[in-house]
Design a protein around this ligand. Structure first.
Ligand code: NDP
Length: 341
């Protein structure tokens, strides 16, 4: 088995200098925060952490990395995305991932199964992809139809091709603080980059609160923050007085799945707020019902108090997709490195 060499940190194939600030990168796109006093209150206009702009910068670096790998080692990073069923949101995610892979110069494969496909058939496709030398990353789009065993499917992917970072072997390494020899799940990896842009790589002395304890977002997010020396609290549906805990946060990550749950008075003045949530809600515009995406954070209220905030859409979402590309390039580079030893 080829294993990941110690080439990269949790940014997958990407590496950045400490403390890079996005705020000064693209004037007009990323809004710098400002503060003003009104009576006894300090009003803040938060810095907008623009995931679209940031991910476009990262895409350029990944595209260059893929081109160099092809030139120097004749390896084209290959990503296989597996979709089971016809969930409209999953179809959009899968299409976006495939498009991004192609635009980065990757070999991109998509397998689409009917919703009633038996587990055995899914596992045998994964076996084939595990053994395919043209494929360096395998992603099975979640959620799966109810009759499929999600754990069995995700654990069937070879750990060295598990670019989603859901295999227990990769989860264990991350929990142990070894971000170099694992694939960090894409959403927390993207969140962490945006946090670093604001605070640098060393979060010593800062308090971080993560709302949500899923294996996909909340727990790996907490592991990354802890590794960066933040003092971390994880909250969930059984946490008492959540607003009071949230108010202690210099860095607040909301990964809950409850539309606009986090309110302005939950936020410490100047905090960095990362909104992972994607919730579809309905709004009435000119008498018509329209569908709208909102996060777990009430943007209007929170942006008046926070120091920096991610928008929804256009914040964490684009960063998640680009970190998938980063992990796939990391996997392909590992193959190149293994050939050289
Ligand atoms: P899960 O449903 O797996 O986890 C949600 C977590 O929120 C659970 O830990 C749950 O607690 C907690 N929670 C639920 N209700 C409350 C509450 N009222 N108070 C406090 N905690 C609560 O969701 P995911 O982690 O998979 O996703 C979270 C959100 O992020 C979703 O909106 C999802 O769509 C979005 N998402 C966005 C991505 C992106 O690329 N932007 C990628 C992945 C997810 P408990 O454990 O006690 O049940």
């Amino acid at each position: 088995m080829v294993y990941l060499p110690a080439l990269h940190g949790y940014h997958g194939a990407l590496s950045f200098g400490p403390g890079v600030k996005t705020t000064s990168r693209k004037s007009g796109v990323v809004r710098s925060g400002s503060r003003r006093r009104q009576g006894n209150l300090t009003m803040t206009s938060a810095t907008l952490l623009d995931g679209k702009t940031r991910s476009a910068e990262l895409a350029a670096s990944i595209t260059a990395g893929a081109a160099a790998l092809l030139r120097d080692h004749n390896i084209k990073p290959g990503l296989a995305v597996v979709l089971i069923g016809a969930d409209p949101a999953s179809q959009v995610y899968v299409r976006n991932k495939a498009r991004m892979a192609e635009s980065c110069g990757f070999h991109s494969l998509q397998h689409t199964f009917a919703a009633d496909t038996p587990q055995k058939e899914v596992l045998s496709l994964i076996d084939a992809l595990n053994g395919d030398p043209a494929i360096h990353g395998i992603l099975v789009q979640l959620p799966l139809p109810d009759h499929l065993d999600e754990q069995q499917v995700t654990q069937h992917i070879a750990p060295e091709k598990d670019v989603d970072g859901f295999h227990f072997q990769n989860i264990g390494k991350l929990a142990a603080g070894d971000t170099e020899h694992t694939f960090v799940p894409c959403t927390p990896a993207g969140c962490m980059l945006m946090i670093e842009d604001q605070h640098g790589k060393d979060l010593s002395g800062l308090r971080a609160v993560v709302i949500g304890r899923s294996n996909i977002v909340g727990k790996p997010m907490a592991s990354l923050l802890l590794k960066a020396n933040a003092t971390v609290t994880i909250c969930h549906s059984r946490t008492s007085d959540l607003p009071a805990v949230a108010r202690t946060a210099d860095i607040l990550v909301a990964a809950v799945g409850r539309a606009e749950m986090v309110r302005g008075d939950w936020i410490k003045s100047g905090a960095t707020v990362i909104d992972v949530g994607i919730n579809r809600t309905e709004v009435i515009v000119n008498g018509e019902t329209r569908s709208r995406l909102v996060g777990d954070v009430n943007f209007e209220e929170v942006s008046k108090v926070a120091g920096a905030i991610t928008p929804v859409p256009g914040g964490v979402g684009p960063m998640t997709i680009i970190m998938l590309m980063s992990n796939t390039l990391k996997s392909a580079r590992a193959i190149a490195a293994a050939r050289q030893v």
